[in-house]
Design a binder for this molecule. Structure first.
Ligand SMILES: NC(=O)c1ccc[n+]([C@@H]2O[C@H](COP(=O)([O-])OP(=O)(O)OC[C@H]3O[C@@H](n4cnc5c(N)ncnc54)[C@H](OP(=O)(O)O)[C@@H]3O)[C@@H](O)[C@H]2O)c1
Length: 303
């Protein structure tokens, strides 16, 4: 049995090497979606502030940035290039394909071979790269999460682009265990990016399974995304520890499993600093049990 390849003890949660790759990142990364304008569409109100967030992240040692060329569209990648190009050695930029943003700002599937190929070239151009480190195929799924359905055609297109040298490694996003297995029959899958946090624990079993196989699990919406996490238990724990609720939510994810890599999103340097500092928060077994109750109560309310 393989175990997740991590080392602990650094200020950003320890390092993780994506299985089958030479890419090693700090477990505490950064998600760039919040750098585009309102609704993840158009430019941000303050482009200099967006550049400052990225430079602060890199200066603190963050070397894992999650993005997509459909954030903006193009805007977020262009800001990353402006802020950080030429990129520091060891920076891993992970992008995703499978969606496009028409002029009405909606999120539409972009899954044909032509869409995916053009998406790779858009990312390369806007990021200023010759090859993309990791590309996630992001399945559209249903409103609340992934939905079954074959992703073989799309993953095969990405595997072809990998053979051509435009993509180094492939991941999958918003997917079910069945879809992950389907992708793994086509190509090596180095990470899975799904919706998961203190209150949404649908992927608990999946995370443990991926950890046994050394595959990274990268939760999106680690702070609740468009609906920020709110819980009296979370606030009480945070008060007790002299931390903020968001810091406790991130620290809980780092404690949850060694194959979890964090990409919290923010448009603010102050929030970025707060989020990065959460890697230094230690949660006792008693506190972890207390926090586990949040999902249990959320599930009880839903049923
Ligand atoms: N694969 C996918 O389908 C998918 C979907 C969604 C997102 N993603 C990726 O996952 C990353 C993380 O998700 P996300 O950014 O949507 O959601 P998130 O990280 O759960 O939360 C971001 C929200 O929390 C706020 N926030 C951040 N730090 C805070 C703090 N310390 N205190 C208070 N508020 C704070 C942000 O506002 P401020 O800007 O004001 O800080 C923003 O509104 C994205 O950036 C993106 O790269 C992937």
């Amino acid at each position: 049995m393989k175990t997740a390849n991590t080392t602990n003890g650094t200020k950003l949660g320890g390092r993780f090497t994506f299985s089958g790759t030479s890419l090693t990142v700090q477990r505490m990364g950064y998600g760039a979606m919040q750098l585009a304008g309102p609704g993840v569409y158009g430019p941000p109100k303050d482009p200099d502030a967006a550049v400052a967030v990225l430079r602060e992240a890199a200066a603190t040692g963050v070397n894992h940035i999650d993005t997509a060329d459909f954030y903006g569209p193009h805007v977020t990648n262009q800001i990353i290039k402006k802020a950080l190009h030429p990129y520091p050695t060891g920076l891993v930029i992970v992008t995703k394909l499978g969606t496009r943003r028409p002029a009405d700002g909606s999120w539409q599937p972009a899954v044909s071979s032509q869409d995916l190929t053009e998406g790779v070239h858009d990312n390369l151009r806007n990021l200023g790269l010759d090859a993309l480190d990791i590309v996630n195929y992001r399945a559209m799924g249903a409103i609340h999460g992934p939905a079954e359905g074959s992703i073989a055609k799309e993953v095969t297109v990405l595997a072809d682009l990998k053979r051509k040298g435009l993509i180094r490694h492939i991941g999958v996003s918003n997917v079910t265990p069945g879809q992950i297995a389907e992708a793994q029959a086509i190509t090596e899958v180095v990470c899975v990016q799904n919706n998961y946090n203190l209150a949404n624990r649908n992927d608990d079993a999946l995370i443990d399974d991926l950890a046994r196989r050394g595959i990274a699990y990268v939760p999106f919406f680690p702070l609740g995304g468009f609906t920020p996490l709110q819980s009296s238990t979370l606030s009480a724990v945070a008060n007790r520890l002299g931390a903020t609720p968001m810091q406790v939510a991130l620290a809980w994810l780092l404690h949850r499993s060694p194959n979890i890599l964090l990409i919290p999103g923010t448009s603010s340097v102050a929030h970025l600093r707060e989020n990065l500092a959460s890697a230094q928060l230690t949660l006792s077994p008693e506190t972890l049990s207390e926090l586990d109750e949040i999902a249990a109560s959320a599930a009880a309310i839903e049923h």
